[in-house]
Design a protein around this ligand. Structure first.
Ligand code: F6R
Length: 343
């Protein structure tokens, strides 16, 4: 169904539903030292944010994301490999699953249906079933909080208090229609521009996610980078040239940024301000790292929704993604080949 604004406003309920769905799935409590999340686009982002969460809370669990056809060769038995595809039909994710079966790796599946769900049932793979009917990118709370709840069940972390805060912050944001007005005003400034999204190191995954949401919801070109790394390369692209004059810079800010990161962001702003059409900032809300990152993602989702409206585009449709998937299916039909090759 096409209801992107409705999906965004459902974030608090999705957080709670994801936790319930994971609890109901009766997953085995496995022992593992690393988590590899295989997925593409909107189904990979939950893994990205979970990796930020591990760093921001100092939790010594390595989470890596694999967005490709092949698994990393070094993955061994100490790694749980989670396959995340909302449709259950994404060929890169299916290819990695087939490889994991051949290599005898420990697997888990998160999906709303498709072949991946069928394979979970057929091979008895631990499985979390997501509700059908959403756009994959709109289910970020499902993919993220499924991971966090499963890690809690395995004794890796317990963020219950911060999840409660996150739900409250997201609910308050949803009720605050002033935020809709602010995001509409920002969208008015940024309409028609190429947008560069930058965040501090704590919220690296948010920068990538917001760039993707600008692409998919607003149908605009965008890029992302992160401080401090971008101060060692990206800023040189703003030296004496006029290629950026029609571009906007969107900074994802946080009151608790590392002091050096804060200095870098302020100094970088001064360097680039005159070279671009404008620089705007979204500030996180809440106390905990989880609530802060989710508040930025919620605000940015609203912004990308209103940007689509400014552009006169449907925030729901992603015609080029659909067209490309159809071409690949027609030419290669990787899904059927994998299905036939699985034993
Ligand atoms: C569409 C979207 C895409 C998909 C991607 C993978 O809303 O966000 O980025 O997530 O094409 O498809 P799924 O998620 O079905 O594995």
């Amino acid at each position: 169904m096409d209801d992107m604004l409705g999906y965004i406003r459902k974030y608090p309920e999705m957080v709670l539903d994801a936790i319930e769905a994971t609890k109901k799935s009766w997953l085995p409590s496995l022992k593992f030292d690393r988590l590899l999340v295989c997925g593409m686009g909107g189904s990979a982002v939950g893994g990205d944010i979970a990796a930020d969460v591990m760093r921001n809370y100092g939790i010594p669990l390595q989470i890596e994301i694999s967005r490709r056809y092949a698994l990393p060769p070094y993955v061994r038995g100490d790694t749980l490999v989670m396959f995340s595809s909302y449709s259950g039909e994404t060929e890169e994710t299916l290819s990695q699953f087939a490889e994991a079966r051949r290599r005898g790796l420990r697997t888990m599946i998160v999906s709303s249906g498709g072949r991946l769900k069928g394979w979970a049932v057929r091979f008895g793979v631990p499985f979390v079933e997501l509700p059908a009917g959403f756009k994959p990118r709109a289910t970020l709370p499902y993919s993220l909080f499924t991971i966090l709840e499963y890690l809690r069940e395995c004794g890796k972390l317990d963020l219950t208090a911060d999840i409660d805060e996150t739900v409250k912050v997201l609910t308050d944001l949803r009720e605050d229609r002033q935020k809709d007005s602010e995001m509409t005003a920002l969208a008015g400034l940024m309409a028609g521009c190429r947008i560069s999204v930058y965040a501090g190191e704590a919220f690296e995954a948010a920068a990538r996610r917001v760039k993707n949401q600008i692409n998919e919801n607003s149908k605009l070109p965008a890029s992302w980078d992160v401080f401090p790394e971008m101060d060692h390369n990206e800023i040189v692209g703003y030296e004496d040239n006029d290629v950026n004059t029609g571009n906007y810079v969107l900074l994802l800010r946080d009151a608790d940024e590392h002091p050096a990161v804060r200095e870098r962001i302020e100094a970088t702003k001064e360097l680039i301000r005159g070279k671009v059409k404008g620089v705007v900032e979204l500030w996180s809300l809440g106390r905990s790292p989880l609530a802060k990152e989710m508040s930025l993602l919620f605000l940015a989702d609203l912004l990308t929704y209103y940007l689509a409206k400014q552009e006169g585009k449907s925030p729901d449709k992603t015609a080029n993604i659909d067209a490309l998937k159809a071409v690949l299916k027609e030419k290669l039909n990787t899904q059927d080949k994998l299905e036939n090759g699985l034993v």
